[in-house]
Write a protein that binds this ligand. Sequence first.
Ligand code: PRX
Length: 632
Amino acid sequence: MVSTKPLIGEVYYPPETIVRQANLPDYDAEHQAMLADLAGEWGRIAREEFEWFAPWKKTLDDSNAPFYQWFVGGAVNIVHNALDRHLRTWRRNKVALLWEGENYDQRSFTYHQLAREVCRFASVLRAMGVNKGDRVTIYMGRIPEIVVAMLACAKIGAVHSVVYGGFSVEALHGRIEDSASKVAITSDGAWLRGNIVPLKEIMDEALQRSPTVQTVIVVKRTGQDVHMEPGRDLWYHDLMKLPIAETCIPTEEVDAEDPLFLLYTSGTTGRPKAILHTHGGYMVGVATTLKWVFDLKEDDTWWCAADPGWVTGHSYIVYGPLLLGATSVLYEGAPNHPFPDRWWDIVERHGVTVLYTAPTAIRGLMRFGDAWPNRHDLSSLRLLGSVGEPINPEAWKWYHRVIGKERCPIMDTWWQTETAHFMITPLPGTPLKPGSATLPLPGVQVDVLNEDGDPVGPNEEGYLVITAPWPGMLRTIYGDPDRYVQQYWSRFPGVYMTGDSAKRDEDGYIWVIGRVDDVIKVSGYRLGTAEVESALVSHPSVAEAAVIGMPDEVRGSVIQAYCILAQGVEPTQRLIEILRDHVAHEVGPIAKPATIEFVDKLPKTRSGKIMRRVLKARALGLDEGDLSTLEE
Ligand code: PRX
C-alpha cells in the first residue's frame, strides 16, 4: 500500500499534472477492492472493458491449483477486442500501427487497414491448412507483417510461437520441433545496422533438422536472392494477391482458456520451455495493466522499443496498445543507426508521448553523451518506462534528466514472460526511488521469503515470490505440466517462485536484485546457461563447458565461458574465435561468449552438477562460500 509517512531515501515526486490525469487515480481504493474480492474485481474489469461472445461461468477456478483458470467457460477472442470492436467506432480510421524501417521507409496502418490485412492473412493461413489449436512458428524482424502474422493466427484460434529474430539455427530448430509447428512464417532477411540478417537462410538450416514444417511463408523485406524450396516455400505477397486472401472473415470464437501463444524462455536447466498464455486472462491482464501504468489516452503515441519476439513486444507492442485502441510505434533497426540520435529523432518526428525501453538501451545511448538527445525536441514525452533488468540509479537519473527533462516519471516495471504483464511497478502518481520497481500493482500479491519460506525483514535479501493468482499468469509449460509445477510451485508449495531475489525497504518498496537461478540477462535478453553450454559442447573440440554471467557496464551481464577441450585439441586463440562464432551460429549473436577460457577441470558437486557459483565467485575474486558439496 502507498505509505502516507515521509518516504525514506532519495525520492522523486511526480508532477501534479501527471497525477491529476491518471487513469487509475486511487491506488489504495483499487488495492483494497482487489484484496477484498480478487476474482470479483477482475471480473468487473473484464466485463466493463472487453467484449465477450458469451459470459464466463466462473471468474477464477483454483480447484486444480497451480493450474489456475480464469473466466472459465467464457467465449472470446483477443483479436475481436484488439481490432474488430474498434471498427465500429471513430477509431476505425485512427492509426493503429506506425512503422519505421531502419532505412527510413514508413508504413502505417489504421485499425481498419490492419484488420483487413489480418483477415487476408488469416484466410491464407486457413487455406494452408492451419486450424484452431495448430502451432505456427513466426521468425521475422521488426516489420509490420510480424504483427499481422501474430494477429492472423489468433484470429483463427491458431497458436503462434514467435522466435526472436536474433536467435539462430539450433535455437530456432529446438523451438519449431518442440511446438510441432506445421507452418512457419519468416522473411528473406532483416535489416540491422545496414546489414542483412539472413533469416530465410537460418530458417532453411533449422528446417533441415525439423521435419514437421510443411509450409514456409516468406515475406520479402531485404530483397536479396533466397532459396525457395519447391512445394514448401511460398511468398507472402503472392499469397496475399490470391482470391483465398479474403478481406472480411469472422473472428473465431474461442474459449477464454484456449491457448493464444507459446513463447519460449530460458529456465534453470535443460531446453527452453514453452510458456503458454491464453486468450481471456492474458487479454484482461495486459490491457488493464497498460492502461493503469502508462496511462494511455486517445491522443497518445506509444512506443515500446522492444522486439515483438520477446514478451515485452507481444504484450506491449502488439496486444496491449491495440486492445486499448492506441497508436503503437514499431521501429525496425538499431538505436544508433545511422547515428546515436536515431531514437530521439523518432520521438521528435512521430511525437512519441510515452517511451518504454530497457536499461541496457538507456546505458548504451547514455554513452554517446547528452548532445545527441539535446539536438531534438523531446517535449512530446509525458511518461518513460524501463523493463528487463534492474536499472542502475545512474542510468535512471540520466533518463529522467536528459530524456524526460525532469518532467516525465519513470515507470520501472518488473514482470516476466511467465507473468505476461506488469506486476511490480509504479503508477504515474507513485513517488519514485531510482532503482526500485516500487510497489505491486493492485491485485498482485508478492512477498520476499528466506530459505525456510518465512518473510524476511526490511532490507533483507530473499526470494521474490507471488502469493495469489493473476489473470495473465502462465497456464503451464506446453507439453510438460510436471515441469511447470516443479519449476514454479514446488520450492514453497502454493507459492509462485519468480527466480529473482529482492529486498523490500521500510516503505514496502521492492528492489529487485537479479536472478537466483542459472538465467543470465545479456542486454536484458534472457538466456539459459544450459543453452549456451550445449552449443559449446556441440562443437567437436569441446568436451565440457560451463558459462557464467559477468557484470558489464552497458549490457548488464556478458557471458564468460570455461571449456574443457577434447583430447588432443590445441587451445589456441583461433579456436576461441571459432567457438564464439559457433555459439552465435547455433543460439544467436546475443549468446556469443565475451570470453572463453580453456581449463582442465570444472568445479562440480559430488553428483556431477557444475557449481557455477564457485566459478563466478572466483572470477569476481569473492569468497567461494560453502564448498562442502564440491567433489575433489
Ligand atoms: O530478473 C527479472 C528481470 O527479467 C526477468 C524476466 O525476464 P523475461 O521473462 O525475459 O521478461 C523480460 C521482460 C518482462 C525477471 O525475472 N526483470 C524484468 N523487469 C525487471 C527485471 N529486473 C529488475 N527490474 C525490472 N524492472
